[in-house]
Write a protein that binds this ligand. Structure first.
Ligand code: MLT
Ligand code: MN
Ligand code: ZN
Length: 304
């Protein structure tokens, strides 16, 4: 299977339009060794022709242009995206659906009941798309049962419920329910290899570890280096943990978790613009490299 990183940044992207943190300012002026990043999305295919889009970011238009494989020319209007899977209902993962409204048939969208609720109430994108070609909703269960996606042969999917935050506009904002956020295991039935993808990991619950241990690649939450990063930059009053993102450098953080894994290749995604790992020659980036952890970039492609 092919895994194409369309967007490796967190919400806001890098640089963020209104941000003057040292990273955003530095990448804009070219004074640091860093590469800009669009917002969180990947695409996966077993045959290289039929793709599942994981999350639809507000940057989808540029992301599709950056990866022409997703826009074949078989008819006057065409796409290689056969289905869309959403891991949560956050703006950075769902707004792109509106930009895909010109699709010639209803979109097959896979998400949990909780995400469906958000996208038909607090952020009613599905209702809006109903005025275009509409959405065929396929419920993703949160009981860790496997499922397949018609038209996507050779891949088996398993949703793993994760504790994170529901979006501000969610009816269950202050009362998170299973399915507000999922990780996904994607297995290639031919090679037997699998990916564990979790761009929003708020807490390391016991049921998650075996998925990581058994994965060939883990592609996980790289939002923040420290829990206090956005507070210290004067950007937010909220800690990473309050936003549903486990930091990398703290006790019990992402580095510690990933370092315990023997099998997988370890890659971070959904990297916030304040994170010092975005600077290619920073001490924090070096520490990751020494721990055997990679930082994804837009355009990166993996094969499993
Ligand atoms: C998140 O991952 O916590 C959200 O996408 C934040 C946001 O709204 O940008
Ligand atoms: Mn996000
Ligand atoms: Zn910034």
């Amino acid at each position: 299977m092919l895994i194409h990183i369309l967007g490796s940044g967190a919400g806001g992207g890098f640089p963020q339009w209104n941000c003057n943190c040292s990273n955003c300012q530095g990448v804009r002026s070219g004074s640091i060794n860093a590469t800009s990043r669009t917002q969180s999305s990947i695409a996966i295919s077993a045959n290289g022709e039929d793709w599942v889009l994981f999350n639809a970011s507000p940057d989808i238009r540029a992301q599709l242009e950056s990866f022409p494989t997703l826009q074949p020319g078989r008819s006057i209007r065409d796409t290689a995206i056969r289905a869309i899977l959403l891991v949560d209902a956050q703006i950075d993962h769902t707004t792109g659906l509106l930009l895909l409204r010109e699709h010639t048939e209803p979109w097959d969208v896979y998400c949990t009941q909780a995400v469906h609720e958000d996208l038909t109430t607090g952020f009613p994108i599905f209702n809006i798309l109903g005025h275009f070609r509409g959405v065929n909703w396929h419920e993703v269960e949160t009981d860790q049962s496997s499922f397949t996606i018609p038209g996507i042969e050779g891949l088996i999917f398993t949703a793993v419920p994760l504790k994170s935050e529901a979006p501000p506009y969610s009816p269950h904002r202050h009362n998170t329910v299973p399915g507000d956020n999922i990780g996904v295991r994607v297995e290639n039935t031919e090679s037997g290899q699998n990916l564990f993808y979790a761009p929003g990991l708020g807490s390391m619950e016991p049921h998650i570890l075996p998925y990581m241990q058994q994965a060939d690649v883990v592609l996980v939450d790289g939002t923040l280096w420290t829990d206090t990063e956005m507070v210290e930059a004067g950007i937010s009053k909220k800690l990473g943990s309050e936003m549903g993102h486990l930091d990398q450098s703290g006790k019990g953080g992402i580095i510690e978790i990933l370092s315990s894994l023997k099998k997988p290749r370890k890659i971070l995604i959904h990297i916030n613009n304040t994170n010092p790992i975005l600077v290619d020659d920073s001490a924090e980036r070096l520490a990751l490299t020494e721990a055997g952890i990679e930082v994804s970039a837009d355009g990166m492609q993996l094969e499993l």
